[in-house]
Structure formats: structure tokens, C-alpha cells
Design a protein around this ligand. Structure first.
Ligand SMILES: *Cc1c(COP(=O)(O)O)cnc(C)c1O
Length: 373
């Protein structure tokens, strides 16, 4: 078989993007300028929320949301262990205890009946992550949250543009967070955005992001203990430029996902499920489930040898060392999440991926599997 080195991920950068960043660098106004405000307006309008607060990363945004909600010691946050580690680190950092529940039988969000059972007097929030290509159906979770007066944090870092029941990801909880790392739907290099319809919460996030300054505070006057989680102007300018073509970026990802689905339709791999509540997909990565009995490490090594890099999105958070050591989590506690995580494999995926590259990945998979079962 021919060898072809396929990148795992690659941002879509145009000459307009480069010029937008260069203009800011030349202007000399590198921080606290108009680009961040412009970027915030574009994302807020796109998501359909009142407020957007640009931050230095998705991780910083999650932390900001947790602090703005007053989550800390003595509190518990209910979430699923199937996500990227910052979606639990964000409140563990503040001393709150992670209460993990298993994922839904068909979806990847926290199973609502398990969430209901996990509630205690110390529960302070519910956090869910929109993974891979679609949002969590948050309706059943919202009913529980409203009954118990709990805020919902939506980790929408992988889901810009995706919709559930006609509503955009990021607006499905009380506070949502996006990430703009180079593998995401749009990128600012490092960067993120907190979104919310709650005026007070948004104001607190703005202040916390900016060293605890309130809008009326002088530069060296601080109304609360905050952070510097601001997004610089170069990053924001790149974000603005990317947002002006977000729908075509999503369409390019959709095209690659459709190619994969077509090429792998009759393969032994389980393809991503699209929930009936998903009214618009937004592909962050394309992942497949290997058939039971397949040795994933062997498949990955065989693919790597053909120039096809893959990743194991995601290893369950409760099985990461600090979570085992600090909280005593162990294997077998969340069987659905663990089984999904064990068999899941993310394939090379980016908007400019060619048909030849998709074909090479699929042909390589076909030859890698038999040697690994
Ligand atoms: C990308 C991502 C984040 C944030 O990542 P940063 O690199 O900090 O921007 C958070 N949660 C999930 C699920 C992600 O995929």
C-alpha cells in the first residue's frame, strides 16, 4: 500500500486571517482593544445569547464559570467522567467534589436518572460536555436542575454551531464555554469564550477575567479576587476573521465527516450516532468505535506505521491518576462510559482534508483491523 502522511488535525488559515492579525500587530494595540469586543459580539449573536466574554482558553473559561457561580469547598458538582479533563478540574481546583454519573445508554451526556439519584444537599451545579459532533440533549437535565434550583454549566468547547432542538450549543445551560485551540471549529491559537443570558453572571465573569475589576473600578482598584484570563488582540482578530466564515468552516468539516461515513458504511466499525434531538451537527473530530475484541493499541500502531495518527478520545476522567488517588475512583464504576472510552478512536480530521487522505485512512483501517483481533 502507498504511504501517505496524514496530519491528525490542521487549522484552516487564510491570507485574510494572516492580514487581520498583522494589522493588529502593526497598530500597537495588542491587549484590551476593540477586536475582543468585536469577537464577543459575533459569538454572542451566532450562539443566540446576550453575553459573551472572551478568555485566554476554554479551560480558563470553565474555571471562570465555576468561580462566578460561587462553587467551592463543601460543594459537589454532578458530571460524567467522559470528557476532557478540564471539565472536572475546573471545579476540583476550587475544592469542590466531583460526583460522576454514567453516560446515557445511547448518548454521551450524563444519564438524567443517575443525575437525579446523585443529588445531595451539597450539590451545587450540573456540568455536561457536548462531545465530538453534537450537543447533549439538555432538556431532561434542565427539568432536574430547575426542580432543585441548580445552575447548569455547558462545556461546549467542541460544539460551536451545533444545535439541539433548534437551539445552539452554548445556550443549553445557564453558562456555556467554548474553546478555540487550533483543532476546534474556529481557532484563535489559544483562546475561549464564556456565554450566558444571565446579566449578573456575565458581569461577574467580566470582572473575574480582568483582575477582579468592576466596570466602575479604576485600573488599580479591585472589587473582587480575580484572574488575568483576558484574550489578547491578535488572538481576538484571528477569531473575528474566522467567525466571518464559520458556516463554511463547518460545511467543510461536514463534507469530511460525510466522506468518512460513506467509506466506512459497511465496515466493522460503529460510526458516530446522531441523536434525533440534534438539529445541526458541528464536527469537532470523527471518532469510531472498534469492534469488541479488537486490540486498540495494535490498531493504532498499525495505522501509525502507515502515516495515520489517531487518538483515544477520551480516557475517563475518574481513572486519571489524581482522581483515583484523591477520590478513590476505580475501574468498573461507570461501565457505559468506560466501555465507550476503551473502544473509541479518533481519526485524522480537519476541514481541508482531501478525499485521497480519507481514502488512505479508511484503507489503512481495513488492513489494520484483522491483525489486531
Ligand atoms: C478543547 C476542550 C476544552 C478546552 O480546551 P482549551 O485547550 O483549554 O481551550 C474543554 N473541554 C473540552 C471537552 C474540550 O474539547
Amino acid at each position: 500500500m502507498t504511504h501517505l502522511d496524514v496530519p491528525f488535525s490542521k487549522p484552516d488559515i487564510t491570507e485574510d486571517d494572516v492580514m487581520a492579525v498583522a494589522r493588529v500587530v502593526r497598530s500597537g494595540r495588542l491587549a484590551l482593544g476593540p477586536e475582543a469586543a468585536r469577537f464577543e459580539r459575533l459569538v454572542a449573536d451566532y450562539v443566540g445569547v446576550r453575553h459573551a466574554i472572551a478568555v485566554s482558553s476554554g479551560t480558563a473559561g470553565l474555571h471562570l464559570a465555576v468561580v462566578a457561580l460561587g462553587i467551592g469547598r463543601e460543594h459537589e458538582v454532578i458530571t460524567s467522567p467522559l470528557s476532557f479533563v478540564p471539565s472536572a478540574n475546573c471545579f476540583v481546583q476550587e475544592g469542590a467534589r466531583p460526583v460522576f454519573v454514567d453516560i446515557e445508554p445511547l448518548g454521551l451526556g450524563p444519564a438524567p436518572e443517575q443525575v437525579a439519584r446523585a443529588l445531595t444537599g451539597r450539590t451545587r451545579a450540573i456540568l455536561f460536555s457536548d462531545l465530538f459532533h453534537q450537543p447533549v440533549d439538555a432538556e431532561p437535565l434542565r427539568r432536574i436542575a430547575e426542580q432543585h434550583d441548580l445552575p447548569m454549566i455547558e462545556d461546549a468547547c467542541e460544539a460551536l454551531g451545533a444545535e439541539c432542538r433548534g437551539r445552539r450549543a452554548g445556550s443549553l445551560g445557564d453558562i456555556g464555554v467554548f474553546g478555540f485551540y487550533p483543532n476546534k471549529q474556529i481557532t484563535t491559537g489559544e483562546g475561549g469564550m464564556v456565554v450566558s443570558n444571565d446579566d449578573e453572571l456575565a458581569a461577574r465573569c467580566r470582572s473575574l477575567r480582568n483582575q477582579g475589576r468592576d466596570t466602575h473600578d479604576a485600573w488599580l482598584s479591585h472589587s473582587r479576587i480575580g484572574f488575568n484570563y483576558r484574550l489578547d488582540e491578535m488572538s481576538a482578530a484571528l477569531g473575528v476573521s474566522q467567525m466571518t466564515r464559520v458556516d463554511s468552516l463547518l460545511a467543510a468539516r461536514e463534507r469530511v465527516a460525510a466522506l468518512y461515513r460513506e467509506r466506512l458504511a459497511h465496515s466493522p466499525f460503529t460510526l458516530p450516532r446522531i441523536a434525533p434531538t440534534t438539529t445541526r451537527t458541528s464536527w469537532f473530530v470523527f471518532t469510531i468505535q472498534l469492534p469488541g475484541g479488537a486490540d486498540r493499541s495494535k490498531v493504532m500502531r498499525a495505522l501509525e506505521a502507515r502515516g495515520v495518527p489517531t487518538r483515544t478520545y477520551f480516557d475517563c476522567i475518574h481513572l486519571q491518576r489524581p482522581y483515583r488517588e484523591r477520590f478513590g475512583f476505580r475501574e468498573g464504576q461507570f461501565p457505559r462510559a468506560e466501555a465507550f472510552a476503551r473502544q473509541n478512536l479518533a481519526l485524522p480530521f480537519f476541514p481541508g482534508m482531501s478525499e485521497a487522505e480519507v481514502d488512505h485512512v479508511c484503507a489503512s483501517l481495513e488492513t489494520a483491523l484483522p491483525s489486531a483481533t
